[in-house]
Design a protein around this ligand. Structure first.
Ligand code: GTP
Length: 365
């Protein structure tokens, strides 16, 4: 099974051992540091089947009130996101973060086993550090896709006692931007290449960025890239503060994404980037923006799940069994809206009394 392959390949040093099949027990095991249990839990989330839904309820209940932090890292392929993420993990650990997880989002991979190679590469820097957990995620048939699976994974990680979750994307497609920007702090990575900042703007990254990084600042053009970004921020009407932190009220009212230069290859600028992320998190709390964002996220998550489940209801409607209604619509005796309403009400009736499981169930294979 791909799930086990992924587990074994990404966690080669963990050795064999029996894992519970019960999500609550798995959460307990993961909470006490069992990384294979954590990997299995994330596979459950990724597959989105009934166990995943049971786990979701459990994770939300356990993590409620003690949520941690999430940082999204996005940018064009090759910008250095993986290298930078790895550096950020090291920085977080150096500063005493007890456990850090990286969720690498890869919508193009048919299943997470396909992204194992990426995991191995990323793992090298942190192999042997039990406080670091790295995992790729693809859709693998999750009904709501990655935009549901990743937030769920974050809840599971929080519930398992991993307070800091970095969400790294492989590119800047719509899904990646959506997923990365559904974090507390979104870091957008560009390079000193001419026009890179403009491309980032076009990809819709200007609106989602909380912190900009010009990575590969060892290459020519970093200063220009930085200037381009600052100009774009000016044009977008983002206030220049310069004295953030000194003026409490201003700081609470608005945030201008700082532009940080890094050389992820050798670690230069990473401490500054970390400081910018911390400053943003501080801003989020002081301004009340964190709660606002989290409310918006909960709402978006609920809407996506509802949409996915409704799509499932429609797909599963056995219209063939409703020949009478169908022909009434065909002959104009019943309007299509009325017929749709009838079918939805029937589906709701059929659901009543069932444990809320059948809707999200995705048939294996
Ligand atoms: N010169 C220079 N090269 C860098 C720097 N950071 C990363 N690189 C190189 O850029 C290439 C891409 O780095 P990755 O970290 O894989 O980039 P990525 O954005 O994760 O790429 P994808 O996985 O394709 O999305 C690698 O060859 C890195 O060694 C840097 O600061 N300076």
């Amino acid at each position: 099974m791909a799930e086990d392959l992924a587990t074994v390949s990404t966690e080669p040093h963990l050795g064999p051992g029996r894992l519970s099949r019960d999500p609550a027990e798995l959460l307990d095991q993961a909470g006490s540091g069992n990384r294979r249990a954590l990997a299995r839990l994330l596979s459950l989330v990724e597959a989105g089947r009934a166990e995943g839904q049971a786990l979701s309820a459990l994770a939300h209940a356990r993590a409620a009130g003690q949520e941690g932090w999430t940082v999204g890292i996005t940018g064009a392929p090759g910008a250095g996101k993986s290298t930078l993420t790895s550096r950020l993990v090291a920085e977080a650990r150096r500063r005493g973060a007890p456990r850090v997880a990286v969720v690498a989002v890869d919508p193009t991979s048919p299943f997470s086993g396909g992204a194992v190679l990426g995991d191995r590469v990323r793992m090298q820097d942190h192999a042997g550090d039990d406080g670091v957990f790295i995992r790729s995620m693809a859709t693998r048939g999750h009904l709501g896709g990655l935009s549901v699976a990743v937030p769920e994974a974050i809840w599971v990680l929080w519930a398992a006692g991993v307070p800091l979750v970095l969400v790294e994307t492989v590119g800047v497609g719509q899904v990646e931007v959506e997923v990365a920007s559904a974090t507390d702090t979104t870091v957008v990575v560009v390079n000193p290449k001419w026009g890179d900042a403009v491309q980032a703007n076009k990809a819709g990254l200007m609106e989602v960025a909380d912190v900009f990084v010009v990575n590969k600042a060892d290459l020519p053009g970093a200063r220009e890239a930085r200037r381009d970004l600052e100009q774009m921020l000016d044009l977008a009407g983002r206030p220049r503060s310069g004295r953030r932190g000194e003026q409490e009220e201003d700081a609470a009212a608005a945030w201008r994404p700082p532009v940080v230069e890094t050389v992820a290859a050798d670690g230069r600028g990473v401490a500054e980037l970390w400081a910018a992320i911390e400053a943003h998190q501080d801003y989020l709390v002081r301004s009340g923006e964190r709660d606002r964002r989290r409310r918006a996220r909960a709402r978006a998550e609920l809407e996506r799940i509802l949409q996915a489940q409704l799509a499932r209801v429609v797909r599963d409607l056995e219209l063939g069994d409703r020949a009478e209604l169908l022909s009434a619509v065909e002959q104009g005796q019943v309007g299509p809206y009325e017929a749709a309403r009838t079918l939805l009400l029937d589906a709701g009736e059929a659901l009543r009394g069932q444990p809320g499981v059948a809707l999200g169930e995705v048939p294996p294979g």
